[in-house]
Design a protein around this ligand. Structure first.
Ligand code: ATP
Ligand code: MG
Length: 297
């Protein structure tokens, strides 16, 4: 393969991951001019181009060296590692990206009282993930017959071609509509940045490192929240104990109220209503949770 001096990232052409992946790359300062056939997008500022493909093709394109990186679901990457990619170079998950979250789960007919995997012994299980399902069954010593289907896996039990299924679940709505229920989770998935195990030793390796640094910044800011609240000095210890992780909070005096303090804390993830209610019960009031736009430590 000819050496390239521009980085090439594979991503899904049209599907659930397309919009969030493009938005993430934009936030990293990458913009693209879409070509007319929409397979290849030329990068405008940085020497980084996009290849828009079916998500299933992404791991193979990285393994063949056609692309340097890919944005793809962990489910697709791990299935490739267990099936298509056995003979080729190993692929690595460089970063979890925090979108496209779903679970790969076994689902059974609603009326079945599922307790553990041993009940799947001798059953027919339909899936598009024979590699991941096969490994999961093997690890549990369960001998079941895996029926591989490319799509519409959820209707197999109604058609009588399978007793259970193993498929991606997000809300569970599709399962309920097909009189199935989620019984066991094989894999928690989200979109990931995938690449070869080792960075290329040329300029592309340097570009990947730069991109990873920007990605880390973007992801950190995206997940950060600034929590502001007021509390009495007496309740301060109890309030601080309940704060969701992150560095030490900053305390500020409140004008005209010597007993009161204003507290400011950077939180590493979402702050839920439940957490806020607990903190309020401990003595806090006037609470605000704000998204963080940019951060420079
Ligand atoms: P393609 O044409 O690229 O092959 P696809 O139909 O395989 O598209 P999508 O349905 O767009 O792919 O899903 C892409 C990825 O989104 C999945 O591999 C998975 O990682 C993630 N995902 C998140 N939630 C769900 C869900 N409820 N069902 C399916 N995939 C989901
Ligand atoms: Mg696909």
């Amino acid at each position: 393969m000819k050496p390239r001096d521009r980085l090439r990232i594979a991503m899904q052409k049209s599907g659930r991951l397309t919009e969030p992946a493009l938005e993430l790359l934009n936030r990293c300062g990458l913009t693209f001019r879409q070509s007319r056939d929409k397979l290849f997008c030329f990068g405008e500022g940085e020497p980084v181009d996009l290849l828009l493909v079916r998500d299933d093709d992404i791991p193979g394109l990285i393994a063949q060296g056609v692309c340097d990186l890919g944005i793809v679901g962990r489910n697709v990457l791990n299935e490739y590692r267990l099936t298509g990619g056995l003979a080729g170079p190993a692929l690595a998950e460089w970063r979890p990206l925090g979108f496209g979250r779903c679970r790969l789960s076994v689902a059974v007919p609603q009326e079945l009282d599922y307790r553990d995997a041993s009940q799947l012994q001798g059953q027919r299980i339909a899936t598009s993930y024979p590699g991941l399902l096969g490994e999961w069954l093997r690890e549990r010593g369960v001998d079941a017959s895996v029926v591989t289907l490319a799509g519409s896996v959820e209707i197999a039990p109604r058609l009588g071609t399978a007793d259970a299924i193993c498929d991606l679940v997000q809300s569970g709505g599709t399962l309920v509509a097909n009189q199935l229920r989620e019984a066991d989770v094989l894999l928690e998935s989200e979109a990931v940045l995938a690449g070869p195990q080792a960075l290329p030793s040329d300029e592309r390796g340097d570009m990947i490192e730069l991109l990873l640094k920007r990605l880390d910044g973007v992801i950190q800011v995206r997940e950060s929240r600034l929590l502001l609240l007021q509390t009495s000095r007496g309740a301060l210890d109890a309030v601080i104990r309940l704060l969701p992780g992150g560095p030490q909070p900053t305390l500020l005096p409140v004008a005209g109220q010597p007993d009161q303090l204003m507290l400011q804390a950077l939180c590493a993830g979402e702050v839920s209503w439940r957490q806020l209610e607990e903190i309020k019960k401990a003595g806090a009031r006037e609470m605000f949770v704000l998204p963080v736009e940019k951060m420079l430590a």
